[in-house]
Design a protein around this ligand. Structure first.
Ligand code: ADP
Length: 430
């Protein structure tokens, strides 16, 4: 029997103990009055506490500002404690859920949690922007009603999740997603959405590059092996033989140049960021002028406008390679009689190296693509002048690594201007 019940019975017994002598010695109605008063006081006491409990139960709180009396004090105490424990547990669980949601949001991949009927339970902001969802309004909706691309619907309903689905986004232009479904907890599913646009582009660039290199090398190789076969099989006279050997030498020289440019490009790409050693621009520009004059062989007017200032900071071999490419291109794409002007001067906080020519010029649609590897406006003309189509790719890479920008302006038939703009951080003495 509980102590509260015993206490209650003892109080009734106590009232009876006082009431019995009163009834016996005074009058029975006095005894009954004493007994009923005792019972009434107890009932008032319990009703008051019960009313407090009833009020509290409407809006339970864990703050024991309402204290019970007597036996009720213990009951209230236990209820408060229980309420406190429940609230602490809920707060812990809320904190854990908040941490899980924060972890989900921190993922760089999109994440969507689906229930057994493919209804959305949760998705992070990355998935919202990748798939066009809005968790605030889409929670509980079937995902196939929101992402309606037939490939996606078929993949989800096909239930074969061994391989991820590659999906070209209909919402975001040029965006490719890889969607991986991971089943978890009783027919629930987790969608992991990766944006693979960049890696796809890199793959494509690599494939194109390999195809281009093979194509570029195959042409001179075919010529070479053709002549070799002829020489092996047919007895040709010495003059003809001489001509064949010259042509073979020309093709092998061409392959050497391509390989050399590829090596330059790859060494620039894999080299550590250029340092900050000071490059003597006066002697670099003087060397560029001498090389241009040698290549031109007197066919062009070459003017250099520079007092050699300011000096640059960076990797000398890389900058020589970039700037020399611009100068030799001007010579190669300017017909005899034309003129070439090389300018090096401070510009704003930085400096500018510009090469202007009165050559064949470039149509506007080609200009954005000039720095792509192996891109040429006129393949035959480039080849005839010993070009590989890699020169401006080398220029772009070396300039990028020196935080410089290449600016090209040109007009077909009139000439071109290639300008490299260096920021203040690359100019010595600033
Ligand atoms: P290439 O070895 O073919 O010259 P580049 O990468 O140096 O390769 O240049 C890419 C293309 O840009 C060239 O094939 C040519 O069509 C065009 N080009 C570059 N410089 C000039 C210029 N100064 N004038 C006209 N066209 C140019």
């Amino acid at each position: 029997m509980s102590s509260q019940l015993i206490r209650g019975l003892l109080l009734i017994a106590g009232s009876a103990l006082v009431a019995l002598p009163a009834g016996y010695f005074v009058a029975s109605w006095v005894g009954w009055s004493v007994f009923c008063t005792g019972l009434g006081l107890q009932m008032v006491f319990h009703f008051r506490n019960f009313a407090r409990l009833e009020r509290w139960s409407r809006a339970p709180n864990a703050d024991p500002d309402l204290e019970g009396q007597g036996a009720w004090d213990e009951v209230f105490g236990r209820l408060y404690q229980h309420e406190k424990d429940v609230r602490a547990q809920l707060a812990r669980r809320d904190a854990e859920i908040a941490m899980l949601i924060a972890a989900g949001q921190a993922l760089t991949d999109g994440v969507v949690l689906l229930d057994e009927a493919d209804r959305i339970l949760f998705c992070n902001t990355t998935a919202e922007s990748q798939l066009g969802l809005a968790i605030a309004s889409d929670r509980g909706q079937a995902i196939v009603n929101l992402v309606r691309q037939p490939e996606f619907v078929a993949y989800l309903q096909g239930r074969d999740f061994d391989k991820p689905l590659t999906l070209r986004s209909e919402r975001v232009r040029d965006c490719t997603l890889s969607i991986h479904v991971i089943p978890y907890a009783d027919n629930h599913r987790l969608l992991q959405v990766k944006d693979i646009t960049q890696s796809e582009r890199l793959d494509r660039t690599r494939r194109d590059f390999v195809a281009n290199v093979s194509h570029e090398l195959r042409t001179p190789l075919t010529v070479l092996s053709g002549f070799l076969e002829t020489l092996q099989e047919i007895d040709v006279d010495p003059a003809e033989r001489r001509r064949y050997v010259d042509l073979m030498a020309e093709q092998s020289k061409r392959m050497q140049t391509i390989v050399q440019d590829l090596l330059t490009l790859s060494s620039i790409e894999s080299a550590p960021p250029p340092g900050t050693e000071v490059i003597d621009m006066a002697s670099l520009i003087d060397k560029l002028r001498r090389d241009a004059e040698a290549l031109s062989g007197g066919r062009h007017t070459i003017v250099v406008e520079s007092d050699g200032r300011p000096d640059l900071r960076g990797s000398e071999p890389e900058l020589v390679s970039a700037l020399a490419n611009l100068v030799t291109n001007a010579v190669r794409y300017t017909p005899a009689g034309g003129s070439i002007r090389v300018v090096w001067h401070a510009l704003g906080q930085g400096a500018e190296f510009a090469v202007e020519d009165t050559g064949i010029g470039i149509a506007p649609e080609h200009i954005p693509r000039l720095t792509e590897r192996f891109y040429r406006v006129d393949r035959g003309r480039s080849r005839d002048s010993g070009g590989t189509g890699l020169g401006l790719a080398i220029v772009k890479h070396s300039l990028n690594r020196h935080n410089a920008q290449l600016e090209v302006t040109s007009e077909p038939g009139k000439g071109s201007r290639f300008a490299a703009r260096f920021p203040a951080s690359r100019v010595a003495g600033v």
